[in-house]
Design a binder for this molecule. Structure first.
Ligand code: SF4
Length: 759
């Protein structure tokens, strides 16, 4: 029998700490998975649902964007994928009675964990201006309210259309089409806060803002560098690929300020031997200082240049541009500066060099640890320099591998969810739909918050996600959101963004990935694109959580008809009835989707073209792969301060809190913890178990405080601390962003730790 949601908010600041684990998955993961699933879905539904995740005729996991292997296991999911599915397929319900019992002011006092545990939303609800709680509303009335506010705007650019990475390709394509026909490019998305730095750097250097490897390449690599990523928690099935590569002779270098169980040893639950003994993964752990990655790769590049015959001269001559200027800058790299910036030893870097030079097929994988810093774009460019030098792009077993954290975040961008669309995409849209799309760039996430803060944006519409919790500078973001006339969230479950509202607010409940999607044209499926550019179908099978839910495509189509009216010649009704008609249009507008409906009928899906990978053709400004020579940067740390990175616990997926444990780091039943190196703690007079306030320091002189964190002595790199978001997003200044990509610099926040009044 599925369990009831927690009535009261569990205490969160009295965690038990037992110290980090040295292996991921195994029996504990299986046990934990079944417990969580049973608690949300009950036994029968658990079996029915989990056996369909990531299967060829099943639905795509709404967790991360890790690709499916050709041969699927019976249980083709990880612990965190099962948690994501269980939370969506839960039997718990949030009905209008719930909202009658919980005014918005009460919801605003609740933790993200408690809100998320209440269950699936069942009805559209509306918070009228001046009212204190949401009430049930008809879909027709809801669309009317949105139309009222949108058509009352002085300019379409006073509206913001946010997208979270769970949105399917079909819904994303329709959503951007609606926003552009309405007249704006204000299409901020969660990618702005995560891999935007990767897209910016890769577009400039290789001409495609996406990874250049497929799963098979990872299996064929002989050296895999995992930098600024914690796959054990954030992309767990990646461990299977690393295990397979290792069993075929590959070596792994992990570059991270924190030792993580997932890259140390993987106990693969798919095999008895794996379950019991597991496989060691990392051969060389480089415990780097936060933000020291650019310096590390720059020095490795110098050492490669200094090594006779180490450079792939033929590839460099034939396929690259800017080599001389880059080589001059790289040869100037300084050992001492690098050792200071990285906190590594000469011996460690020389060992890494040995592994690099011994490798013929190298892949570099990365995530937020590289993308959320002021100098992230130059850092990722330096990684590209590193791979170009030895021709590790555009051949099997080699390449760039930014690992996406949200199941369809890459697909959404491919569908046009981007505030800076390419002119060619807008031309194709105009040709296909006969209206003139706006050409001016729109707002990304940070600019959208500024626009609401400054009263320049009045309507905020979110397709999924939890905007206020995912965004930086929490107090500023929440105040900005409250300045809006109307806030609308298309959601499956409750979250904090529903409690931080504009003058009027709507929550529009939608179908989940696990659920059957029946339209006038019959049962529908949607498509997604994974982190490696593979597109495949996803078919929900469960009965919807409520008869009042609408699919994301249906919500967009009905809203568009209501807002755009007769003036629109776009066949919204046809699109709502049958998503195949949407895919036909996608095939004509988005490169690589020719004959979409036929190709996606293949259960394995299809790979999108990637010119650098497929042909060693680089569609850049120079027509070549570009070496770059940016000055090396790394965060400076004032005396008595620490550099904080915000991160996820193991019981967390983005801002969704599945539970209060972080099993691999040995923390249970609490989230207000800060991980501090014991030597740093001793120097700062911070005993393990004592309580501290985190206060960030930034050039605007504003004091940003996160109070009452339990100090945990933890083997972090010296000078580096770590704590969970969204609790510490309050410390990240809105204007502290990465150059070029404008991604919030959430991985390098200068903090001082003050004795806490609470502990
Ligand atoms: S690895 Fe990612 S996509 Fe795969 S099951 Fe786990 S969370 Fe889902």
């Amino acid at each position: 029998m599925a369990g009831k949601p927690p009535q009261n908010d569990p205490v969160q600041d009295a965690p038990q700490v037992t110290g980090p684990k040295h292996a991921a998955a195994g029996l504990p993961a299986v046990g934990h998975t079944l417990r969580v699933a049973q608690r949300q879905m009950g036994v029968r539904r658990t079996a029915l649902t989990l056996l369909r995740v990531n299967q060829k005729d099943g639905f795509d996991c709404p967790g991360c964007a890790w690709p499916e292997p050709e041969h699927r296991h019976t249980a083709e999911f990880c612990e965190n994928g099962a948690k994501a599915v269980a939370e969506e397929a839960t039997l718990r319900r949030v009905t209008p009675d719930f909202f009658a019992a919980h005014p918005v002011a009460d919801l605003a006092t609740r933790s993200g964990y408690w809100l998320g545990q209440q269950g699936r939303l069942t009805h559209p609800v509306y918070l009228a201006e001046g009212a204190d709680r949401y009430e049930a509303v008809s879909w027709e009335r809801a669309f009317g309210i949105v139309a009222e506010e949108l058509t009352a705007l002085a300019s379409p650019d006073e509206a913001l259309f946010y997208t979270s990475g769970r949105t399917s390709n079909e819904a994303a394509f329709l959503y951007q089409l609606f926003a552009r026909e309405f007249g704006t490019n204000n299409l901020p998305d969660c990618s702005n806060m995560c891999h935007e730095s990767s897209g910016s750097a890769l577009n400039e250097t290789i001409g495609v803002g996406k990874g250049s490897v497929l799963l098979d390449d990872l299996h064929r690599a002989d050296l895999i560098i995992v930098a600024g990523q914690n796959p054990g928690t954030n992309h767990p099935r990646m461990l299977s690929a690393l295990e397979k590569a290792k069993s075929d002779g590959a070596r792994i270098i992990t570059v991270n300020p924190l030792p993580e169980a997932g890259t140390e040893r993987f106990k693969n639950p798919q095999t008895p031997r794996g379950m019991l003994r597991g496989a060691a993964l990392t051969d060389l752990f480089l415990q780097i200082r936060i933000g020291g990655d650019q310096a590390l790769f720059r020095l490795l590049n110098k050492l490669i240049l200094d090594t006779e015959g180490a450079v792939d001269e033929t590839f460099v001559a034939e396929h690259t541009h800017g080599y001389e200027e880059f080589a001059e800058a790289a040869r100037a790299a300084d050992w001492d500066e690098t050792l200071t910036a990285t906190g590594l030893t000469r011996a460690q870097i020389e060992e890494a060099l040995g592994m690099v030079l011994a490798s013929e097929r190298t892949i570099v994988c990365w995530a937020m640890g590289l993308t959320q810093h002021k100098h992230s774009v130059p850092t990722i460019r330096e990684v590209v320099n590193f791979l170009l030098l030895r021709g590790n792009i555009g051949r099997p077993g080699a390449g760039v591998c930014p690992v996406r954290g949200h199941s369809n975040v890459q697909g959404d961008r491919t569908m046009g969810i981007f505030e800076r669309p390419a002119p060619a995409f807008l031309d194709a849209l105009e040709r296909e739909f006969g209206f003139a799309p706006p050409r001016g760039h729109g707002h990304d996430v940070v600019r959208a918050i500024r626009a609401m803060r400054d009263g320049k944006a009045k309507v905020f519409f979110a397709m999924g996600g939890n905007f206020v919790s995912a965004s930086p500078d929490t107090e500023v973001t929440e105040a900005a959101m409250r300045r809006a006339r109307l806030t609308v969230h298309v959601s499956t479950k409750l979250n904090r963004s529903h409690a931080v509202t504009g003058a009027r607010a709507l929550i529009l409940p939608t179908l989940g990935r696990t659920e059957r999607d029946l339209q006038a044209g019959g049962e529908q499926f949607v498509t997604v694109e994974d982190s490696m550019g593979m597109v495949h179908a996803s078919r929900g099978r469960l009965e919807p959580a409520s008869e009042h839910l609408l699919s994301e495509p249906a919500i967009v189509c009905r809203l568009a008809r209501r807002v755009l009216g007769e003036a629109s010649r776009t066949p919204w009704e046809e699109f709502e009835k049958d998503y195949a008609t949407v895919r036909d249009r996608i095939a004509r507008v988005v490169p690589g989707f020719d004959d979409f409906n036929t190709r996606v009928a293949d259960p394995a899906g299809f790979a999108l073209p990637h010119a650098p990978r497929d042909e060693r053709r680089f569609p850049t400004a120079t027509g070549k792969a570009n070496f770059t020579a940016a000055p090396v940067e790394h965060p400076e740390l004032p005396e008595g301060r620490l550099l904080l990175q915000t991160l996820r616990s193991h019981d967390q997926y983005n801002t969704t809190i599945y539970g209060l444990d972080d099993r691999y780091r040995g923390i249970r039943n609490g989230r207000r913890v800060v991980l501090v190196n014991p030597e740093d703690a001793r120097e700062l007079g911070l005993a393990d178990g004592s309580y501290t306030d985190l206060v960030s320091e930034w050039k605007d002189g504003v004091e940003r405080r996160a109070a009452g964190f339990r100090v945990v002595h933890y083997p972090t790199a010296r000078g580096c601390a770590a704590a969970y978001y969204p609790e510490t997003n309050v410390l990240v200044p809105l204007d502290a962003t990465a150059d070029t990509s404008n991604t919030p610099a959430s991985k390098s926040v200068v903090v001082r730790l003050e004795q806490s009044a609470t502990g």
